[in-house]
Write a protein that binds this ligand. Structure first.
Ligand code: ACO
Length: 301
């Protein structure tokens, strides 16, 4: 499709494979598959679910919320729900929201999903971005029982000075899609890769430092880091800066590419299902992306 090579993609990004949704498969379809796994792991029936938060910027449709499709497909007849859109930091913001609402007693449990059909917003004529993205979903259940692990804290940030660094120029209310804008391919994601790269390394250091400091931990206390998978070189540069050995960092970008809001829960699930996570481990989730936005969650598994 574009002038590139397997060698360039592997050495510049660490990606070897990606998953692409079938035509007609929407964010809710991927979300439901992940949600079923999370409900099974939590031993929770769908009709006992009280809240569904779907983090995505590639919803099934602009209207209604993807959470409504997910609720119907899961048969979660007693659940409230909504979507949350802050790109790659979506899962961390959704987890923070769910955690606060459950801790505050508003809901007894919440299903938190990160789901993206990135292929629906990828411009396969733009080699600067089209090699980077994959489709995926990941999910987790937040409950009130602290004996089954505990979410300790969240740090989330945005900087609207960076709105142009990663964006889909048209298709929203400020620039509705017209034939001209479609012709100019403004319905697809655009990205200033080099700028985002620098921002990302700093952003990871910023929120990881802050969340550990304010909870009285150091880098050495963390058993596992689960970073957003945007580029292996970003993960390695941030780890070097923070003095983290890569043995304590989950990397699965080689098989999935950048899956935006799905990336952190996908990596967390892989860590859990492959035995990398043990009960009681201190885990730090960290993500960054369009907005600009960035954030971290600290939890006891
Ligand atoms: N194949 C071959 N060559 C390419 C490709 C490609 N697919 N893409 C770019 N190049 C070329 C460039 O044109 C450039 O050529 P030049 O030196 O002749 O000008 C050269 O490769 C190097 O380009 P750089 O942009 O400097 O490459 P860099 O090492 O920065 O890697 C990348 C680019 C992979 C995009 C990196 O900057 C990156 O990962 N940035 C972060 C992007 C990201 O993850 N964003 C996340 C947010 S997405 C969201 O929020 C939804």
């Amino acid at each position: 499709m574009v002038e590139t090579s397997d060698e360039w993609i592997r050495t510049r990004t660490g990606m070897r494979e990606r998953r692409i949704a079938a035509p007609g498969q929407g964010a809710s379809d991927l979300a439901v598959a992940a949600a079923r796994g999370a409900l099974r792991a939590a031993e929770l029936d769908a009709d006992k679910l009280e809240l569904i938060i779907v983090a995505t910027f590639t919803p099934d449709r602009p209207l209604p919320a993807t959470a409504c499709y997910v609720q119907r497909k899961l048969g979660a007849t007693n659940a409230a729900g909504f979507d949350l859109s802050i790109a790659c930091t979506g899962f961390i913001n959704a987890l923070m929201t769910a955690d606060s609402l459950v801790a505050g007693g508003m809901f007894r449990n919440a299903l938190v999903i990160g789901t993206e059909v990135m292929s629906s917003v990828t411009d396969y004529q733009d080699r600067d971005s089209c090699v980077l993205f994959g489709d995926a979903a990941g999910a987790a259940v937040v409950g009130a029982d602290a004996s089954e692990g505990q979410i300790l804290d969240h740090v989330v940030k945005i900087d609207g000075q960076g709105t142009e660094m990663i964006s889909i120029p048209s298709g929203g209310s400020a620039a509705p899609l017209t034939a001209d804008r479609l012709e100019a391919r403004e319905n697809f994601l655009r990205l200033s890769g080099r700028q985002v790269f620098k921002f990302a390394v700093n952003a990871i250091g910023d929120v990881v430092g802050e969340i550990l400091l304010r909870n009285g931990y150091t880098i050495a206390d963390v058993d596992l880091f689960v970073p957003h998978q945007a580029n292996l070189r970003i993960i390695e540069a941030a780890a070097t800066r923070l003095g983290i050995d890569m043995d304590r960092v989950i990397v699965n970008i080689d098989r999935y590419g950048n899956t935006s809001a799905a990336s952190v829960p996908l990596a967390l699930d892989e860590a859990a299902s492959t035995g990398r996570l043990k009960r009681g481990d201190l885990v730090c989730l960290v993500a960054f992306g369009a907005g600009l936005s960035w954030g971290a969650t600290l939890l006891r598994w």
